[in-house]
Design a protein around this ligand. Structure first.
Ligand SMILES: [Fe+2]
Length: 259
């Protein structure tokens, strides 16, 4: 005999999980090109976005802010520099539903050349909240370690965005993608040195919505509307456009990443 209450573990049938991830047949899909950035925006994506939100909110998170506060960052299992907190969600829940929907959109716009079964998906939740601190100036532009980022926004927000940035090169031109920075060795070195210096200061700071500095400037923002999906290549410089002072609401999203 023991007193473990297994009833607290949420259980779903396959059909119920399918329902959580059902997409609207009349979703509005648009492809955009802004300077060098190509991205896809889908509005009115899921039939039951709140149900999916409730489902993924069950997953716990290793909260970096908490680790910094109690001095345990050295024990972290994640190298992510993202603000707020993230919770991994196994892709096994989405193999026969959401991942296929994402893949079909990418395929339609010729953004993937592989077959569906060859793609490795990673999913996690991302939560930004009022008063959220920054860490090593992580409000600055970054690139992702994966090829595609698919952000499904699951909360109503006041103005909230994915902001895109370009790196100012000496000859009055711009670099838009981290993967291309090695073409500009001198600037690359300066940028690396600056980023490394920021990493040394492992303290919590004030989160701001970054606009520009000596190196980067914002050139485009894609709104993070409720039940919308934004798809872009992870090597374009970007950041979360969320103002912790002005906004009073949580920004919660499910991120799908293709390795
Ligand atoms: Fe990112």
């Amino acid at each position: 005999m023991n007193d473990f209450n297994y009833e607290v573990i949420p259980r779903y049938s396959a059909g119920e999980i399918k329902e959580l991830t059902e997409v609207n047949s009349d979703m509005d899909i648009q492809a955009f090109k802004v300077e060098e950035l190509e991205y896809i925006k889908v509005h009115n994506f899921l039939k039951n976005p709140i149900d999916l939100r409730n489902f993924i909110s069950y997953f716990p998170s290793e909260d970096k802010t908490k680790s910094i506060s109690d001095g345990t960052t050295k024990d972290s299992n994640s190298s992510s520099m993202a603000p707020g907190f993230q919770a991994p969600v196994p892709d096994t829940f989405f193999r026969n539903n959401l991942s296929i929907a994402f893949f079909n959109i990418l395929k339609h716009y010729h953004m993937v050349k592989y077959e569906y079964r060859r793609i490795k998906w990673n999913y996690y939740t991302n939560c930004c909240y009022p008063g959220m601190p920054s860490y090593c100036s992580n409000y600055r532009p970054h690139t992702d370690p994966f090829s595609f980022a698919l952000n499904l926004f699951l909360t109503e927000n006041e103005e909230s965005y994915t902001d895109f940035f370009r790196y100012k090169l000496k000859n009055n031109s711009y670099n838009y993608r981290g993967s291309r920075m090695s073409r500009y060795p001198t600037e690359n070195e300066v940028d690396d040195a600056y980023n490394n210096s920021l990493l040394k200061d492992k303290k919590l700071g004030k989160w701001i919505r970054f606009k520009s500095d000596d190196h980067y400037e914002r050139y485009h923002s894609v709104s993070a509307d409720f039940n919308s999906l934004t798809i872009y290549k992870g090597d374009f410089y970007h950041s979360i456009g969320y103002d912790v002072d002005e906004y009073k609401s949580i920004r919660y999203s499910l991120v799908g990443a293709i390795a």
